[in-house]
Write a protein that binds this ligand. Structure first.
Ligand code: SER
Length: 582
């Protein structure tokens, strides 16, 4: 049995309920581009909201972290990864959590105890030193020499600037054939962290103070790729079964061995895999110059450049061959890969064709810049490469680095600001994960989205359903199935109907229901599999009923006035509406 199944089965046997992975692009949360940890979609529940599945949960979650994108190409980093996690929402705490982790590692995975070491939180002026966890580890047989106490930087976990958090206990594995030292030294790189147990009992407020959460929770996370490689005794993650077939395919396409071409092959494998998963997400992200779309663009373009380094014929269908392999490999666990297969392949090809048109000329231009520059690529040149040849600035930086040159990023940014409309500026400096938010405005847009969904059914037809949704403080964006461009008259009717419902001051109510019962009464729902047996259904009078996590306003009058600002195609058979409240 594989690691994923072993993990899920073990925690199910300990009373946990399996919850499906949430999308990688957080729903209704504009403050973070991607889910970066298994706990991120669970924040409302860690803050005290009742989870419909109960208070012991387990899953594997799709995550994307782009803060160390530059490290991709080494043996261990990935932009997309899966996190195995188990949670206690106010149920068990340190003792059981540590006992579960220990039993799973030593009994289920049969890792010898000699290969394990742990760290615990050393405490600070507000939070006591975690002797409790240390003692549990001792009781289980971890020797004193293998337990270290570390501070806020190492053993305190929080997803962003504020939110649920707490001291943690990390488990390390000795990944080397050399003799295992008696004493654990966390700076010795042969000890690699494999699992993090966070004891989430605090909330860090926006003013920097800590308050106790209503309940004590446990949030654990284990990096799937890393542990899989360890169990298979590979010191290069890309040599493990998670990656080997993908690397083999790249090697076959390039007609080159992996040895000697590791960096480019790893980058292609990693970036295409992440792109496939981002494109498969129902949020409908496409390559673009801002936000998630920009990350996607950077990933695809960087993969293309490395394909070129390997002398792959970049006009051939190399990217399709790799993407197909990834889709087939993962679709058993992530159905959306199959459901959105055409979109994935189409968008990869489109972006490839777009970039191929300018790549060659851009590289020539870069060579020219290189011969004329001294030690630095000017902001002006970097901007030209970006604007005329579609080189993401990070790609120019990478090319420059290879020639041991710097890029004048400050001047580039000035140029960028001068030339680009305001919305594109979001693309710079926005790549790190942060905390979720559900402010007052987002809540309003959430309810407006349900009204829009209902109005489309009345004005266009009953078979219209949500295919994607994204909310920021500025607007809502709604994707739905429809084969024609909406006429001005249709748009006006939709807008009028939503505004009528707002004027009617309709109450919004929520009811907890059994999933099948909710479907029977015709409640709208985008991904039925995603929901547990017990669901929340939001009713807006008798005009809308939808399965939804909320939050929503109490009465439609709070929405004031609804206005459609754009209607466009999103992909084939899918239209997109952007609307604002004012
Ligand atoms: N949230 C913690 C982490 O990402 C445990 O999963 O390390």
């Amino acid at each position: 049995m594989n690691l994923r199944d072993l993990y899920i089965n073990y925690f199910i046997s300990k009373g946990h309920k399996f919850i499906p992975s949430a999308p990688i692009v957080p729903e209704n949360d504009a403050s973070v581009l991607f889910n970066t940890a298994g706990m991120q979609p669970l924040i409302p529940y860690l803050m005290g909201k009742k989870h419909p599945y109960g208070n012991r949960l387990v899953n594997y979650q799709k995550c994307v972290r782009t803060n160390d994108l530059d490290s991709i190409g080494d043996k261990t980093h990935h932009t997309f990864f899966e996190m195995l996690g188990n949670w206690s929402l106010g149920d068990y705490f340190k003792k059981e959590s540590i006992a579960f982790s220990f039993e799973f590692l030593t009994k289920v995975l049969e890792i010898p105890i000699e290969r394990l070491a742990v760290s615990v939180f050393e405490g600070n002026k507000d939070i006591p030193r975690d002797e409790v966890s240390a003692n549990y580890w001792l009781d289980l047989g971890i020797s004193k020499d293998r337990i270290v106490y570390l501070g806020m930087d190492d053993n305190f976990w929080i997803a962003g600037e504020y939110g649920p958090c707490g001291g943690d206990s990390e488990i390390f594995y000795f990944r080397s054939n050399e003799e295992i030292p008696i004493k654990f030294d966390p700076h010795d790189h042969r000890w690699v962290e494999i699992w993090n147990n966070v004891f989430m009992e605090y909330n860090k407020n926006q003013d920097g103070t800590f308050t106790k959460l209503p309940k004590k929770n446990v949030d654990t996370g284990m990096g799937f790729e890393r542990v899989a490689a360890i169990l298979e005794e590979k010191d290069d993650n890309y040599a493990s079964s998670v990656w080997k077939d993908i690397i083999d395919k790249i090697s076959e396409i390039a007609n080159l061995p992996y040895e000697g071409n590791e960096k480019s092959m790893r980058i292609i494998a990693d970036h295409i895999r992440t792109s496939v998963f981002i494109l498969a997400d129902n949020a409908g992200i496409k390559p673009a110059n801002t936000d998630q779309g920009y990350i996607l663009r950077r990933l695809i373009r960087r993969a293309i450049r490395h394909a070129k380094i390997l002398n792959i014929d970049i006009n051939s269908n190399w990217e399709e061959l790799i993407a197909n392999l990834i889709i087939n490999k993962y679709c058993k666990y992530y159905r959306e890969l199959n459901d959105n297969k055409n979109i994935i392949l189409e968008e990869l090809k489109k972006e490839k064709d777009r970039f191929n048109k300018t790549l060659e000329k851009g590289l020539k231009e870069f060579a020219k810049v290189l011969s004329s520059s001294n030690k630095i690529i000017t902001g002006q040149d970097a901007f030209k490469l970006y604007d005329t040849y579609g080189f993401p600035i990070e790609l120019t930086e990478e090319l420059a680095q290879e020639k041991k040159l710097n890029v004048d990023i400050k001047r580039f940014k000035d140029k960028f600001k001068e030339h680009q409309e305001k919305s594109r500026i979001g693309a710079i400096g926005k790549f790190k994960g942060g905390m979720g938010s559900n402010g007052e405005i987002e809540t309003k847009y959430h309810t407006a989205t349900h009204l829009l969904n209902a109005a489309l059914k009345v004005v266009i037809n009953q078979n219209i359903h949500q295919k994607g949704s994204n909310i920021t403080e500025e607007r809502l964006r709604f994707d739905f199935n429809c084969n024609h461009k909406l006429s001005n008259e249709e748009l006006q009717n939709i807008e009028n109907l939503v505004n009528k419902w707002i004027k009617d001051e309709i109450e919004v109510k929520v009811k907890e229901m059994n999933k099948n019962e909710a479907l029977k009464i015709g409640a709208e729902c985008m991904f039925i599999d995603k929901y547990p047996d017990l669901v929340n259904v939001y009713f807006i009078g008798d005009i809308s009923k939808e399965l939804c996590g909320g939050p929503h306003v109490k009465n439609t009058k709070e929405l004031n006035h609804f206005k459609i600002i754009k209607e466009e195609a999103s992909s084939s058979g899918i239209r997109r509406i952007k609307a604002i409240l004012n």
